[in-house]
Write a protein that binds this ligand. Structure first.
Ligand code: PMP
Length: 355
């Protein structure tokens, strides 16, 4: 018998980058500004929809999320065949990469961007190719230049996490014209509902014009359902079918389907919450600039401060004030827009910082 210490794992596993979630709330969760969540509790109609599920926990959920898909199809004006829900959009992202890329293939994205991209790429056995941001935004010309015969998928995070910067219509159109039709371009629109710049295109409309474009959206952010884990892709039928083939059966739970459906029907109540966050984002951005900070204009529900080597020190003063923020070591800090009280507390800390 050979001496083995356990099952053999993939040798490249030890090199996998880890997903670092926003730190768990210490103290009052109202001041947790580290995970881009909405600071509002679920709406009564959403609670009611989840409550109605309680007596059904012994049954599997609808595997196709039929009602949710139909409601999304109507809302987005796309055929239901294009919509594939999953356990948070991050799960759908895993399935997308798995569906198109494997060993020897390249997955291209800006850096820094959503930190799950390199992890998901490695998990699929493919190779990440990272193109540095320019002026905190996507450098789409450089990204198009970086496309090779091995490129299978390109992420465009719009607006970008963690910088909040958007990609606008003209530059995206120019980019899409340059990308070969056999490369899948994935517009990750996790923060779409917070966008107010009219020059930022709606990914669904871009998707409908381009057979090689898919869109990712989520109920975790603007819809305030982060804990329930539900998001979806909008993809053309061949890609959507491949996604369904790669998905985990019964991935989206019954309560998640019910809550997402109720949220879609909530209409103006949810819109008003998002509007409040957008107003606060503009207020926080304006006050930070008045305090002397330089920051990119954010179209998402967070702001980005490039603090470089002072990142850890700034994070520490935030924590001393009871604020949880999201540091990216030696790069910067991302601060989620919260309630006015949480934002005020953050502005006080930022105002006292010696530049
Ligand atoms: N995409 C981006 C850009 C994100 O920032 C996030 C959440 N941090 C996600 C996708 C994933 O969201 P979820 O899995 O909760 O739908």
């Amino acid at each position: 018998m050979s001496m083995v210490s356990g099952p053999r794992l993939r040798v490249d596993l030890s090199t996998l980058p880890r997903y670092i979630p926003g730190r768990a709330a210490v103290g009052d969760p109202e001041y947790k500004l580290s995970s881009n969540e909405l600071p509002y509790e679920p709406l009564p109609s959403v609670r009611e929809a989840v409550r109605a599920e309680l007596g059904q926990f012994h049954r599997y959920p609808d595997p196709g999320s039929t009602e949710l898909v139909a409601a999304l199809a109507e809302r987005l004006r796309v055929p239901g065949e294009h919509i594939v829900p999953g356990t948070g959009s991050v799960a759908v992202t895993h399935h997308l990469v798995r569906a198109v890329a494997g060993e020897g293939d390249e997955v291209l994205f800006a850096w820094r961007s959503f930190e799950a991209y390199p992890l998901i790429t490695w998990a699929a056995g493919a190779t990440p190719v990272q193109v540095p941001l320019a002026a905190e935004g996507h450098d789409l010309d450089a990204m198009a230049d970086a496309v090779t015969g091995r490129t299978r998928l390109i992420f465009v995070c719009n607006p970008n996490n963690p910088t909040g910067t958007p990609v606008r219509r003209a530059e995206l159109d120019r980019f899409l014209d340059r990308v070969p039709r056999d490369v899948l371009v994935v517009l990750d629109e996790a923060y779409r509902e917070f966008v107010r710049d009219p020059e930022v295109p709606d990914g669904i409309e871009v998707h409908l014009r381009h057979p090689h474009v898919a869109v990712l959206r989520t109920f975790s952010k603007a819809y305030g359902l982060a804990r329930l884990r539900v998001g979806y892709a909008v993809a053309h039928p061949p890609v959507a079918a491949a996604l369904r083939a790669c998905a985990v059966p019964f991935g989206v739970s019954g309560p998640a389907q019910a809550a997402a459906l109720a949220s879609l029907r909530a209409g103006s109540e949810l819109d008003e919450r998002v509007e409040r966050i957008v107003r606060e984002r503009e207020r926080v951005g304006g006050e930070l600039r008045a305090q002397g900070w330089q920051l990119p204009h954010s179209e998402a529900n967070f702001v980005w401060l490039r603090l470089g080597r002072r990142t850890a020190a700034f994070t520490a003063v935030c924590e001393d004030a009871g604020l949880m923020v999201r540091p990216y070591p030696d790069e910067g800090v991302r601060i989620t827009i919260g309630t006015p009280a949480a934002n005020d507390r953050f502005l006080k800390v930022a105002g006292a910082w010696q530049h």
